[in-house]
Design a protein around this ligand. Structure first.
Ligand code: SAH
Length: 234
């Protein structure tokens, strides 16, 4: 049976998803909680990782290696850096990079370490599917580059550098680490974010105001993706 992992970083990002599952079982594992449910004939495992690359790496790995998930969907919020992205807009990652991974002192490009690559590409079929879902819902979902790092960006200079090195459209703190895990373990993945702020000096205020509403926008779209995946799997 297909087993779908749905991940967020913060409780607010997965609560709207848990509310859609009638019944779920809570499993404590690796210092976190995982929620297991059967939904329309498929198994779903939901968790929020806690914030940042390390926790999200642990959760993604656990969902795949311990719970046996075959596919991973991430739902959450992000800072928009492409000026076309407004609060509440959805962005799906085509590829992701770690913007704070820096061994440039040795002549390597930003975001690169030997054995890795600057960018990890998300699953093309899931991106295609998201376009279909968006069309059905009459919604716009922008595709773009997501940059990930262990910092809440609220500064124009930091933002400009991330654009300079990665040509990123949005930034957050978990996507690229989840991408590295899924890529290494051959698990198709999809990273969706709704914009909560624009990573400028007002970002923390904007985040506090819009995080919850944007998290819901992302979660609702993810559940439509889940229904579509289930439909295709039948
Ligand atoms: N308010 C929270 C901290 C949020 S950190 C607390 O006090 O506990 C920001 C979270 O939202 C991360 O999970 C990250 O992935 C995402 N995010 C949204 N806007 C961001 C930004 N401007 N920079 C980095 N991450 C951002």
């Amino acid at each position: 049976m297909l087993k779908i992992a749905i991940m967020g970083a913060m409780p607010e990002e997965i609560t709207p998803i848990l509310e859609k599952l009638n019944n779920y079982k809570t499993i404590k594992y690796a210092d976190n909680e995982y929620y297991e449910a059967t939904y329309e004939g498929v198994e779903i495992v939901v968790a929020y990782s806690k914030i940042g690359k390390v926790f999200s790496t642990l959760t993604a790995t656990t969902m795949i290696q311990h719970f046996g998930c075959d596919i991973l969907l991430f739902s959450g919020v992000a800072g928009g850096i492409n000026p076309s992205l407004k609060i509440g807009d959805l962005i799906v990652a085509t590829k992701l990079a770690q913007h704070d991974l820096d061994i440039t002192a040795f002549g390597h490009p930003m975001g690169f370490v030997p054995g890795g690559s600057v960018f990890v590409e998300a699953d093309k079929n899931l991106i295609e599917l998201s376009k279909k879902v968006a069309k059905e819902l009459g919604k716009t979902v922008q595709e773009g580059v997501i940059a990930t790092g262990d910092q809440f960006v609220h500064n124009e200079k930091v933002k400009d550098n991330i654009v300079k090195y990665f040509n990123a459209d949005a930034l957050e703190m978990e996507g690229a680490s989840v991408a590295v895990v899924c890529n290494a373990l051959n698990i198709p993945f999809f990273i969706l974010r709704a914009i909560s702020d624009t990573a400028d000096t007002d970002a923390s205020f904007s985040f506090d105001e819009f995080m919850q509403s944007s998290a819901i926008i992302s979660a609702e779209f993810i559940m439509k993706m889940v229904q579509s995946i289930i439909g295709n799997n039948k």
